[in-house]
Design a protein. Structure first.
Length: 490
């Protein structure tokens, strides 16, 4: 008899899980509260401009290729590797380009920042070691099954743990490696890729830069939202039913500690297996009886959030590329404000993403679509007190560094705040990556991809193991699908 699976949430993790299970013969239904799929990986169309609303960088695209290759589909996922990954701007006028060619990048750092080329190459090589030593242990399997620790790769990773930067911070390791504060700041920035603080996160997190420099940075040919569209096509081709505008209200638990029904819009739907792609805090606080709540897990420090401006600009800026960073003068102060004072600094680091540099249909001719993002704390209130100030600070900084008057070129505008992120994606406080990675045990403090107390409940997405971001969400689905298959076989 075919097993039925109900998945809550059509984010990247939920869609990937649905594709894997449907191709294994399960009958899968996905419940999505919005009228669209993708969660944070959605899009905004505004007066002739198209914007990717959330994630803007693709790494490890082979994980999407894996899903494509599970079935015969007319839908292909096309992407291109970036030759220039990021353009960096400092307040003193220093500019540099991070080339995908590691030697060229190291030479750029040497020429512009008077850093030893060998230091850059050594750092990137060390980050590759971090990644390759830990990927099998932390990213490709459940950390919450004893059997997964009884194999050669895991034993090797454990034996090498003293050399993995767990007892130093990203900043300390980067300060030991480099002499120029600008180089240190550049590599500290990778903590923001999972919403963490480089002055607290373990040096192991430096491995994030390995994904860009050694594995490559990519962009789908039609922008990041192409990922969502592609996964929806694959799911539908595999026979998955995606039910939009379906708000899940509760999970009905039977006397045998199994979920009997998903209650959505007042209707009970029975399933053999249930999987959640929603934030674990939402899952336990709103969908399950409080007796099942793992209090310590959901009280972990949350990652940062973002405040985003979507600007249609009626000018083309040749100095800017696809990814651009305008650094603050005091990076430590910026993170102190984010995680201690819970308020953005008046001198924020600004990220500008312009997909129209590659995807010409994303903006009218002679124009650009600017996704302008500032890291802000996850929100604990229902209002944003700094909305006016943050826009003023962003405009002033852009004008100062790019020597322009940006407001005269803004022809259309929309915003996304932590409150909006929470309302649209059910991410607690608008946290982008679930828990932060601000301590060396963070990997072990994420929720497992299965419930230890509810027999047929599994979890995917950015708030559970192995973490937030597109690649890790896709890996969470791979881990969960294997767990489900293993249990069904028993």
């Amino acid at each position: 008899m075919t097993k039925t699976v109900g998945i809550i949430g059509a984010g990247i993790g939920g869609l990937a899980l649905s594709i894997r299970l449907a191709n294994l013969g399960f009958k899968v239904t996905v419940f999505e509260k919005n009228s669209y799929a993708g969660g944070k990986l959605s899009e905004l169309k505004l007066n002739g401009f198209r914007f990717d609303k959330g994630p803007s960088l693709l790494t490890m695209p082979f994980l999407i290729d894996e899903l494509t290759n599970l079935q015969s589909s007319k839908h292909k996922f096309e992407y291109q590797k970036l030759e220039v990954i990021t353009n960096y701007f400092y307040t003193d006028g220093t500019q540099l380009k991070a080339s995908s060619n590691i030697d060229d990048f190291a030479q750029e750092i040497h020429s512009k920042l008077d850093e030893k080329k060998e230091s850059v190459l050594k750092h990137i090589k060390r980050n590759e070691f971090y990644f390759k030593t830990t990927e099998d242990l932390f990213m490709k399997q459940s950390l919450h099954q004893i059997k997964n620790f009884i194999n050669l790769k895991t034993v090797k990773g454990i034996l090498l743990s003293p050399f993995l930067g767990l007892f130093s911070t990203m900043h300390k390791k980067n300060k030991q490696t480099f002499s120029n504060p600008k180089t240190i700041q550049l590599f500290n920035r990778y903590a923001t890729y999972n919403g963490s603080n480089p002055y607290k996160a373990p040096a192991l997190m430096n491995m994030i830069s390995h994904l860009e420099f050694n594995l490559g940075a990519y962009l789908p040919l039609k922008g990041m939202h192409q990922i969502t569209n592609h996964l929806v096509h694959l799911a539908e081709d595999a026979g998955v039913e995606i039910k939009y505008n379906e708000t899940v209200e509760a999970l009905e638990i039977g006397s045998n500690n199994r979920i009997n029904y998903i209650k959505s819009n007042g209707v009970n739907y029975p399933f053999d297996i249930v999987a959640s792609d929603v934030d674990i805090r939402v899952l336990y606080k709103h969908l399950l009886p409080c007796s099942f709540t793992p209090t310590k897990l959901i009280q972990q420090e949350k990652s940062s959030s973002a405040y985003v401006f979507y600007w249609g600009i009626n000018k083309e800026f040749s100095a800017l590329g696809l990814h651009n960073i305008l650094f603050s003068d005091d990076y430590k102060k910026e993170f102190d404000y984010l995680f201690s004072k819970q308020f953005p600094t008046d001198d924020p680091t600004i990220y500008i993403n312009i997909t129209s540099k590659y995807c010409k249909d994303d903006a009218p001719e002679g124009c650009e679509n600017w996704f302008v993002m500032v890291n802000v704390p996850h929100n604990k209130n229902s209002t944003i007190e700094y909305a006016i100030d943050i826009r003023k600070n962003v405009v002033e900084k852009i004008n100062s560094i790019l020597r322009t008057n940006i407001e005269q070129f803004i022809v259309t505008e929309s915003t996304l705040s932590p409150v909006d992120i929470e309302n649209q994606t059910s991410s607690y406080g608008g946290s982008l990556y679930g828990n932060s990675s601000n301590n060396k045990f963070a990997a072990f403090l994420r929720h497992a991809n299965f419930s230890s107390s509810i027999k047929n409940l599994y979890l995917v997405g950015g708030s559970v193991h192995p973490g937030g971001g597109i690649p890790l969400c896709l890996l969470s689905a791979k881990i969960a699908s294997q767990l489900i298959v293993d249990r069904v076989k028993k």
